[in-house]
Write a protein that binds this ligand. Structure first.
Ligand SMILES: [Zn+2]
Length: 305
């Protein structure tokens, strides 16, 4: 048994004009995972389009319908920051299913990774910051509704605050939201997660990892989640054009090992999504995203194998 990885064949298909960036990275990530031997085709699980009820478990029916049909008003569309197309509407819904599937696989096997997901800036009635539907929130609500879990911890280490997720679960004690992010970064107006750890601009590997170590173990013993949803955004990297923190590749790998080991060795299942990452050098960016799959494969072999 190897690490289950959720794979999106629709991201591999050629992209229509206007979607070169930031969609291209998903396609390349899948190629690199296979080419580098991190993932074998037998490890892949493919999601299907989600039922409408899943999207509406978090988002308003009006917003879901307008986005799916491409009838959002221009201002709402600009706030998302991606040009609408039927292909994008399709992909973004499948990415949501991908995170639901990743969460189910994590419950079954202890650890699983998506090759997309982490759209934490999506709010119930609007999208923002390249995020359309909130896959972390939808996966949480679906699994809670099915009675598969009763307590979830969202560990959001993307460099941007998980503002949409924080608002969605602000009155829901079943989901604990933890966001560690750069304090001076987007979104300009921060929301209130159950635990926010704002970091100063320019923070490097050792201080970042020490800060994480000061919170995560206690949080796990306090929340005792049935499932951890981990947003492994790589926009904390020194070379990220939106990040404002200064982690290196090795710091990122250490972060992924730290999160996954801390959770898995204490018996907490983890579902990973890739989160944000922005860089003109596609190969470097894709390598950064692949670090969570590399670390997860290692941890999976050690604890599950
Ligand atoms: Zn981000």
């Amino acid at each position: 048994m190897d690490l289950p990885i959720v794979f999106h064949p629709d991201y591999v298909a050629p992209l229509p004009p206007g979607h070169r960036f930031p969609m291209q990275k998903f396609r390349r990530l899948q190629e690199v995972l296979v080419a580098d031997g991190v993932a074998h085709p037998c490890q892949f699980h493919q999601p299907e389009l989600p039922p409408l009820a899943w999207l509406e478990a978090v988002h308003t029916p009006e917003y879901v319908r307008a986005y799916r049909e491409g009838t959002l008003d221009p201002r709402a569309q600009r706030r998302i920051g991606l040009p609408w197309s039927a292909a994008l509407a399709n992909r973004t819904q499948i990415a949501v299913s991908g995170s639901v599937l990743t969460a189910r696989l994590a419950l079954r096997h202890g650890l699983a990774c998506n090759t997309a997901g982490g759209t934490h800036h999506a709010f119930p009635s609007y999208g923002s910051g390249f995020c359309i539907f909130n896959d972390l929130a939808i996966a949480s609500r679906v699994l809670l509704a099915e009675g598969l879990v009763s307590r979830i911890l969202i560990v959001d280490l993307d460099v941007h605050q998980g503002d949409g997720t924080a608002v969605i679960f602000q009155d829901d004690p079943r989901v604990f939201t933890f966001s560690m992010h750069c304090e001076v970064n987007f979104p300009g107006t921060k929301q209130k997660s159950d635990l926010d750890v704002p970091l100063r601009e320019g923070m490097e590997d050792d201080e970042y990892l020490r800060t994480l170590a000061a919170y995560l173990p206690d949080l796990l013993s306090q929340v005792k989640p049935d499932l951890v949803l981990y947003d492994a955004g790589v926009d904390v990297h020194l070379g990220d054009r939106l990040g404002k923190l200064a982690l290196t590749d090795s710091g990122l790998y250490r972060r992924e090992m730290q999160v996954l080991t801390t959770c898995v060795q204490h018996g907490y299942p983890v579902a990973c999504v890739i989160g944000g990452g922005y860089c003109e050098d596609m190969e470097s960016l894709v390598y950064r995203h692949s670090l969570v799959h590399r670390a997860a494969s290692e941890v999976f072999r050690h604890y599950q194998g």
